[in-house]
Design a protein around this ligand. Sequence first.
Ligand code: RIB
Ligand code: CA
Length: 317
Amino acid sequence: MGIKVIFDTDPGIDDAFALFYTLSHPEIEVIGITTVFGNVPIDISTENAYILKEKSESNTPVFKGASKPLLRPNGNFPYFIHGDDGLGNINHARPKNIKENIEASDFIIDSAYRYPGEINIIAIGPLTNIANVINKDPKIWKIIKSITIMGGSWFAGGNISPVAEANIYNDPEAADIVFKSKIPITMIGLDVTHKVFLTNSNIKSLASFKNNSGKFLKDISSFYVKFYKVTKNMNGCYFHDATAAIAFTNPEFFDFKKGKVFVSQDSLTRGQTVVFESKKFHETIIEDNRQNINIANKVQSKKVIKKFLEIAENYMK
Ligand code: RIB
Ligand code: CA
């Protein structure tokens, strides 16, 4: 019995690293994996969650969630980053034992009532499932312990538009509902995830560990790494989603500031996260009882990578 986590994801290659880390962490008990559209359509994202569950030898149940943003149609899927199948185009076998009985947001609500005050959510895709939870049960904030979000940007600009980070851009209305909720939130945005690189030599080390997971992660990451080489001349990749998972387990590797986060729903700045830092003078602020959240603004990136490799070497299957 460890710290209870629900892992909300749109796998996605960097999602796979984050999920393997969280599933194998000795102090964490992942009670469910909930899926959302994002890097790929929902059917592929859910199938990928099953593939990752099998490859990591986990028994954690998977629950299929939102297929589209709350109010908008789906946009383009970034097949050029994660591959047509979302997991690097390496001909994965179809997963066995696919069981879908409860919808993702219903699973989250049921779990919150089953374990009041104990559930932490790590959300590394668009925030549609979490917004559905809040819309269905507006008082649920009283019994959810925390949400750690990979998403948004304070001063780092965007990665899908000049101002927006992809997870928030993909469902800005949902993200704003979540940032407006009273659940304790930690935002791990591009200000820190653009400081954490998994290098090609880190990936080589992963593959040398005495387990199958490291080799699997290396295999799926070739496609992702190629994208970073071609588009940014990087020798490795950003480590977005795993950085959020590690911020949950090791907040001491990060500096945080407090602020209220609003999400732009305009067409020009869609998905921009506008931060009103706590205790700073602002000429204007929208007063809607929004809470301050924790926003990561600095990271000790070497410690993040070291922690990932340590968990991979010692605990992944
Ligand atoms: O902006 C990075 C995020 O978008 C990550 O969650 C990654 O998986 C991508 O979809
Ligand atoms: Ca993701």
